[in-house]
Design a protein around this ligand. Structure first.
Ligand code: PMP
Ligand code: G9A
Length: 399
């Protein structure tokens, strides 16, 4: 049977994710993995969750185990409205809906807004899961370089003008403003405002994807682009994966109400509803004030791990390597001398029992072959140092 002839055009555009493929390899015994964006298992608040689950099953089992509304449980959405309002985002119930992780929200964005050839502007580098979700809908992805302050908005503006002149249909600017995945950098306040102005000027949407903004180790919290958005250009999304549990598969979107309605309709045929059980757990977790107390504990743990990684990089990495010094989040980004391919080097790394994600995976223009992403949150403290030591010896052999 020739299965290939049965696939849809869409399926033929789907690409496998290096991160997902690496997950199994990097979880092999003895491998120290800096690959996946995994929280540390000690950051999961199992005790509080046990207490909440017991109470839910005793008092609200009928609701917790039942189907729910596609947009999410009403009480949870109401809590989320209060939660985002505290961050300066103006929202009411009809602006907020719950999704199965922000990965689903990205997929919904593709489904609702993208026709074959529509342009989405993304960072160089950018989050691989977004690249793959958008490509599956036939998006044309155009990269804009980043620096320490995030996407370079002057180049963004040039690209928009250039693409428009060529008659391209630009729809979306996709950004992870705070502690970006993969580079760990932060979009400055000035650039946030400028990006919104550009979206307004050129009738574009901004997809503001913020899994990491609450994982701030130092510096002043910046306002989200959504909080400046009075005209409905910004679709904001945030997830509970990095601050509570990725196994819950819970995230939420804040969008202008017409857009939210359309996105909820798309979601209806994807999953009917987000699991009610985990929504209720997260609802009580926030409502009981656990979240506020939990986040500083994770921040402390992850700050320590970041410092261990930065110190180990200073100590072991050979001259000619550079890396970012993230002020929060879960990743840093390393650049090796130009002639080293982190794709080719990967097999040596696995032989030495250390894993990373090669940087080319995050570049929509095929560049970045001498770069890599390092996650510092998942391994135990002592393994962070040992892993960098192993990686350094692999690099030195390539020099
Ligand atoms: N967006 C970004 C930038 C991410 O880093 C991730 C997870 N690594 C996601 C979306 C998806 O997260 P989830 O589906 O677990 O909410
Ligand atoms: O395991 C995943 O796919 C979620 C993490 C994403 C990442 O590593 O960027």
């Amino acid at each position: 049977m020739d299965f290939d002839s049965l696939y849809s055009e869409r399926a033929l555009k789907m690409r496998s994710s290096e991160i997902r493929e690496l997950l199994e390899l990097s979880q092999k015994p003895g491998v120290i993995s800096f690959a996946g964006g995994l929280p540390n298992p000690n950051a999961f608040p199992a005790e509080e969750i046990r207490e909440i689950v017991n109470r839910i099953l005793t008092e609200e089992g009928g609701k917790a185990l039942q189907y729910g509304p596609t947009a999410g449980l009403r009480e949870f959405r109401e809590e989320l409205v209060r939660y985002v309002q505290k961050q300066g985002i103006e929202a009411s119930l009809e602006n907020v809906f719950v999704t199965v992780g922000s990965q689903q929200a990205l997929d919904i964005v593709g489904r609702v807004f993208i026709d074959e050839g529509d342009v989405i502007l993304v960072g160089l580098p950018t989050y691989l899961g977004a690249i793959n979700a958008f490509l599956a809908y036939g998006a044309k992805l155009v990269g804009v370089p980043l620096d320490q302050n995030g996407i370079k908005v002057d180049i963004l503006e040039e690209k928009i003008k250039e693409l428009k002149q060529k008659g391209e249909k630009i729809k979306i600017i996709y950004t992870v403003p705070t502690f970006q995945n993969p580079a760990g950098v932060e979009l400055s306040e000035e650039r946030r405002k400028r990006m919104l102005e550009l979206a307004e000027e050129h009738d574009l949407l901004i997809v503001e994807d913020e899994p990491y903004e609450k994982l701030r180790f130092e510096g002043k919290a910046l306002k989200s682009i959504k909080s400046y958005d009075s005209k409905g250009h910004v679709i904001y999304m945030a997830t509970f994966s990095k601050i509570l549990s990725p196994g819950f598969r819970l995230a939420y979107v804040v969008a202008e109400k017409e857009l939210a309605r359309k996105m909820i309709i798309a979601k209806q045929s994807m999953d009917l509803c987000t699991p009610t059980f985990t929504q209720l757990i997260a609802y009580y977790y926030i409502k009981n004030g656990y979240m506020e107390k939990h986040i500083p504990k994770i921040v402390e743990m992850y700050r320590r791990k970041r410092d261990i990684m930065l110190n180990a990089l200073e100590e072991y990495f050979p001259p000619g390597c550079k890396w970012t010094k993230p002020r929060g989040g879960m990743f840093l980004w390393a650049e090796l001398p130009k002639h080293i391919s982190t794709i080719e080097m990967f097999k040596d790394a696995i032989n030495e029992k250390v894993a990373y994600v090669h940087g080319k995976a995050f570049h929509v223009d095929g560049s970045g072959e001498n770069t890599m992403r390092l996650n510092f949150t998942n391994p135990a403290d002592e393994l962070v140092e040992e892993g960098i030591r192993r990686l350094a010896s692999v690099i030195k052999r390539r020099l």
